[in-house]
Design a protein. Structure first.
Length: 287
């Protein structure tokens, strides 16, 4: 009886099955998963697809929604639909940027903490705890108030308060995986360093980080809209959705479309992001 030859390469991993992914996610959540990249594309090309110039008067002021002006016109006579489209650009893309930056920094900090262990892990974990227990929204408001209103300052303030959550996820997942039998066996077999991280640890960490990030998009969008509502975003006449709602609240009972429609778009963006997050969580945990 002869021994079986040891293959030079590992067997190929099964191909990702999108049909199973969407089936596990659910049909309603799949709408959110598909809708998020669509909204992202719209946000990217928004400055070039608005039917009217968002900053110029194109008709009489306070025109109600109609076939020509779908969302009506504002107090100056600017097309509200065009301003809302550009408002998605100033709300959605910065929110994704905050998530991306926080995810990158938090993941690196968490991986270092989980892999190093001992005193390094203890120190980093206490720093993460310190950031987490602080009221994030209040800290963000304080940072923006000190730096001054503006979109970039708002993004900086949110990124400062958001990264610790991803650091905690990455750190806890690494500490959980590093004692698993297959990881212990790999270490005994001489697998260390980047190979151990990339092959045995990251595949277990990435799904948890993706789930956390997808569920956080709506929270970031809502927080950015709140800060814009409070006047800490871009100055007028920039068409930020939160600021547009805030500036026209006094018209609620007369020209209802001015505050309601931008607020409705914020609601739809958050709903879409929540559906996508729930779907990604269900699909990845069911894999």
């Amino acid at each position: 009886m002869t021994d079986r030859p040891i293959p030079d390469t590992l067997p190929a991993r099964p191909r990702f099955n999108w049909r199973d992914f969407f089936r596990r996610a659910g049909w309603l959540e799949s709408v959110g998963i598909v809708g998020m990249p669509v909204v992202t594309v719209v946000a990217v090309v928004a400055p070039w697809i608005t039917p009217f110039d968002p900053q110029l008067r194109v008709a009489r002021a306070y025109l109600p929604p109609s076939a020509e002006h779908w969302f009506g016109t504002d107090e100056i006579g600017r097309d509200l639909f065009s301003r809302v489209i550009l408002g998605v650009h100033y709300t959605w893309l910065p929110g994704l940027a905050v998530i991306g930056f926080s995810l990158t920094v938090g993941s690196l900090v968490g991986l270092i903490s989980g892999l190093m262990g001992d005193k390094v892990d203890l120190v980093i974990d206490r720093i993460i705890d310190l950031f987490i227990v602080l009221p994030g929204t209040i800290i963000a408001l304080a940072v923006v108030a000190s730096l001054g209103p503006g979109l970039v300052n708002t993004m900086i303030a949110l990124a400062i308060t958001w990264w610790p959550w991803y650091a905690r996820i990455a750190r806890d997942e690494i500490r959980r995986l590093i004692v698993r039998p297959h990881v212990e066996a790999a270490r005994i077999a001489g697998v260390h360093g980047s190979r151990l991280l990339l092959r045995y640890l990251l595949p277990g960490v990435v799904p948890a980080l993706l789930i956390g990030a997808s569920l956080d998009v709506a929270n970031v969008i809502m927080t950015m809209s709140l800060m814009s509502f409070l006047g800490l975003g871009l100055p007028a006449p920039a068409p930020e959705l939160g600021a547009m709602t805030s500036r026209t609240l006094d018209s609620l009972t007369v020209h209802w479309w001015l505050p309601i429609l931008p607020a409705a778009i914020i609601f739809l963006l958050c709903l879409l992001a929540n559906l996508a997050g729930d779907g990604i969580r269900a699909a990845l945990r069911g894999a």
